[in-house]
Ligand binder design. Structure first.
Ligand code: PEP
Ligand code: MG
Length: 315
């Protein structure tokens, strides 16, 4: 039954009883934008802008950035495109930024912290995004990676506002941001949970280390508790909370995330049809019930098993 539904995927995510969940694409380059739209993505939930410039020794000029961003925006006229500002450091070093001699790069100057070290970089990028936005029709949302505090949120939102970028949000990928989601979302327009890094930092397990795969598992109930805390903060402030980490691309886990209160799921385009198909066979109340079961589990494996056994519709 699921296979048949997959073929009829309409490009709009909703549960069986009509609860809407935006299904969006993660992309890393302008070349991926057209195929993402063709795969039925309602928009882009994560444009990893740093991927455009990974190989470079010199920073991209504003004009170069405008050209890249326009190519992404033009593939989604009238639709939501979430542009993440440069997320450099640790697993994604940018060669044109001086690499510091840090003992723990994952805990170092990375993500939005880079902007404090090189303020011109964020200014140029926001200027380029604003120019690209004014020349294209997409609904552009801007978000900062690796935000840890309310003050960082305030600074980022203010910087976006100076460029006329009114929809400014933050990624929640550090546990401190999940726990302070209420005050953070009193300032930011939205949050998007990066479950890859949120899992890494909640479990203190390097996301690149295969030998720690059991810990690096978004089904870990502690990670789900942080997702729930973020959703509570979003609900209290009336702000949308998405997920753009890999967790969003697993159909069963996606239902748990929806049940926790996540309002959009952004994923690799090839996962869209499977996640849409899983949503279509359950009611939102079932999502809420399985979310509570997962939160109450005491291990990732128990969470997976208890949720799976409650969802015979997926077999
Ligand atoms: C994440 O951390 O979950 C995320 C979406 O960002 P990235 O994988 O690019 O670090
Ligand atoms: Mg991340």
């Amino acid at each position: 039954a699921l296979a048949a539904r997959r073929r009829t995927f309409s490009g709009t995510g909703r549960t069986r009883d009509g609860h809407r969940v935006q299904l969006l694409a993660n992309i890393g380059s302008p070349d991926e934008a057209g195929p993402a739209a063709d795969a039925g993505a309602e928009g882009v939930g994560l444009f990893r802008s740093e991927f455009c410039f990974l190989g470079r020794d010199t920073p991209p000029t504003v004009e170069e950035q405008v050209a890249e961003y326009r190519r992404v925006l033009s593939a989604f006229p009238g639709r939501k495109v979430v542009v993440r500002t440069l997320d450099s450091g640790a697993d994604k070093p940018l060669a044109f930024l001086a690499a510091d001699d840090e003992q723990n790069p994952a805990l170092g100057v990375r993500g939005l912290r880079t902007a404090q070290r090189y303020p011109g970089l964020l200014e140029d990028q926001l200027g380029a995004i604003a120019t690209a936005t004014s020349l294209e029709q997409a609904d552009v949302w801007v978000m900062a990676p690796m935000v840890s505090t309310v003050a960082e949120t305030e600074d980022f939102v203010a910087a976006c506002a100076r460029h006329g970028l009114d929809v400014a949000g933050v990624m929640v990928e550090v546990p401190s941001a999940a726990l302070l989601a209420g005050p953070i979302l009193a300032r930011a327009s939205f949050a998007s949970i990066g479950t890859n890094d949120l899992t890494q930092y909640a479990m203190a397990a390097d996301r690149l280390l295969g030998s720690l795969a059991e810990l690096s598992d978004p089904w870990q109930p502690a990670v789900l508790q942080l997702v729930a805390a973020t959703c509570r903060g979003g609900a209290a402030q009336g702000r949308p909370v998405g997920v753009c980490g890999e967790a969003a691309s697993h159909p069963v886990l996606a239902l748990v995330l929806v049940g926790l209160g996540v309002t959009s799921l952004s994923m690799t385009p090839r996962a869209l049809a499977d996640v849409a198909a899983a949503l279509e066979v359950v009611d939102v109340d079932t999502c809420r019930q399985v979310a509570q079961l997962a939160l109450a589990a005491e291990s990732a494996q128990d969470a997976r098993e208890v949720v799976r056994s409650r969802l015979p519709e997926l077999d």
